[in-house]
Design a protein around this ligand. Structure first.
Ligand SMILES: Cc1cc2nc3c(=O)[nH]c(=O)nc-3n(C[C@H](O)[C@H](O)[C@H](O)COP(=O)(O)O)c2cc1C
Length: 199
């Protein structure tokens, strides 16, 4: 069975840009040949309240932490994350950092993330570089295997209504192509795949 890679949608408000950006990233990386299967994983669909487990995830048994969580929502999240071999976090920048929804989802688990390759794609008014820096620190704390290239997509769309039903604004896509962001996404994915294959 082929390994699975998750493209994680990290913002949870409605409406939001994140599904459109994740789809854009998926379209680019789907052009590259790889034996792994790519799946969208939306944090807003996981039913995770603000962190409420009594145990510290890193203190649970490494080989099988899942049954040791008290809450059903955590057991389900743990089982889901264990299915994936690698992750691409596609996240907006919120107030110079990542959305609380992403930090919360990461905090719930430890061994499920540990040692797995992780790539970061950010977006925001200036590309979301500060969110990328914060997320890089967090995934380092989780001992994930971080990809060095993190593309930052500058988003000029100000009204979400303007992207509803027609993917991301054509203007943004054109600018990303010209600025080399597409090539960066491709390079990022190549590096992620190398890590998945253990190079
Ligand atoms: C609470 C909040 C804080 C934000 N902070 C930043 C920021 O620090 N820098 C930035 O470039 N854009 C910021 N933005 C703009 C977002 O990057 C932009 O609205 C983007 O569409 C958010 O992603 P979403 O639609 O998937 O939620 C912020 C948006 C929100 C809602």
């Amino acid at each position: 069975m082929s390994k699975k890679i998750a493209l994680v949608i990290c913002s949870t408000r409605e409406p939001r840009l994140n599904p459109f950006i994740a789809r854009y990233v998926l379209d680019i990386i789907s052009r590259q040949n790889c034996e792994e299967s790519l799946e969208i994983l939306d944090i807003s669909e996981q039913g995770l309240p603000l962190y409420n487990e009594p145990a510290i995830p890193s203190f649970l048994p490494e080989a099988d932490p899942t049954p040791h969580y008290v809450h059903q929502h955590t057991q389900a999240w743990s089982a889901k994350i264990r299915q994936y071999s690698a992750f691409i976090f596609v996240t907006p920048q919120y107030n110079w950092s990542i959305p609380a929804s992403l930090k919360n989802a990461l905090d719930y688990l430890y061994y499920e993330w540990k040692d797995k390759p992780a790539a970061i794609v950010t977006y925001g008014g200036r590309g979301g570089g500060k969110a990328a820096d914060h997320l890089r620190g967090i995934i380092q704390g989780l001992h994930m295997n971080a990809v060095s290239i993190s593309p930052g997509l500058v988003v000029k769309v100000t009204t979400l209504e303007s992207v509803e039903g027609q993917q991301i604004g054509v203007e943004d896509k054109g600018r990303w192509r010209e600025s080399g962001a597409e090539e960066q996404v491709s390079s990022m994915f190549s590096e992620l795949i190398e890590k998945v294959h253990g190079h």
